[in-house]
Design a protein around this ligand. Structure first.
Ligand code: ATP
Ligand code: MG
Length: 209
């Protein structure tokens, strides 16, 4: 199955959540995972190469490809529906290569935050994706949520997003997220993400495996 992690908004947490979800699915759920790093900055691939230099055992493969390469891999991906392919997307919407990737997605994880800029990029991303692939399950993940901040637009944003998909439990803002890499999730981060990923796994991933 194909899970894309996307949002037009830069810095929403796409690469971080891809990495964390890959760690979680392999370490906690024993799933077979491949990460396709299609982010222009290829931040996951860089971490992966660093981890290999340090001779850490790889939990999963990370492949750096551009969106244009996706059609060549599609056949193989379809032949192995029980393997999970996580795709970290670039933060933009104006690349034709996205169409094939959008069409292939079973689930889309879309990190966002409760500010107007984030909302204004999250909605168009979700609407374009839904138009191209009406069957995709869209999961909006509130990310970098600060405990002491009152998010004025939260209720309205959730209401709007729930017209298009599901809004999951929120992920808190923690400095430890910076220390996440391809072979381990910091303990403080694990505590924050498990409730969210458990919900996603139970309700949307497991039924498709
Ligand atoms: N919950 C969180 N708490 C604290 N920091 C976070 C959290 N989620 C992400 N970050 C940090 O935010 C920054 C941006 O995250 P990330 O690179 O994952 O975003 P992105 O959506 O992939 O960005 P881009 O659009 O540039 O590819 C990173 O430094 C990351 O460590
Ligand atoms: Mg990224």
């Amino acid at each position: 199955m194909v899970i894309i992690i996307g949002n037009q908004k830069g810095g929403a947490g796409k690469s971080t959540l891809t990495l964390l979800l890959a760690n979680y699915l392999t370490q906690t759920k024993n799933c077979k995972v491949t990460v396709l790093d299609m982010d222009y900055q290829q931040s996951i691939s860089q971490k992966f190469e660093k981890a290999k230099i340090l001779e850490n055992e790889e939990l999963y493969e990370v492949l750096a490809y551009s969106l244009q390469h996706f059609p060549m891999m599609e056949e193989t991906i379809k032949k192995n529906p029980k393997d999970i392919v996580l795709i970290d997307l670039p933060g933009k919407l104006d690349d034709d290569g996205l169409i094939r990737v959008f069409k292939a997605a079973d689930i889309a994880v879309c990190p966002f935050s409760y500010d107007e800029f984030s909302f204004e990029s999250t909605v168009p991303f979700a609407l374009v994706l839904k138009k191209i692939n009406p069957k995709v399950q869209l999961l909006f993940v509130p990310n970098r949520i600060k405990a002491n901040v009152k998010y004025e637009i939260k209720v309205d944003v959730n209401e709007a997003l729930e017209q298009i998909g599901i809004v999951t439990t929120a992920i808190a803002d923690r400095i430890d997220f910076q220390r996440t890499n391809t072979f381990q999730t910091p303990l403080a981060v694990q505590a924050v993400i498990v409730p969210v990923f458990e919900q996603i796994f139970q309700d949307y991933i497991q039924p498709n495996l």
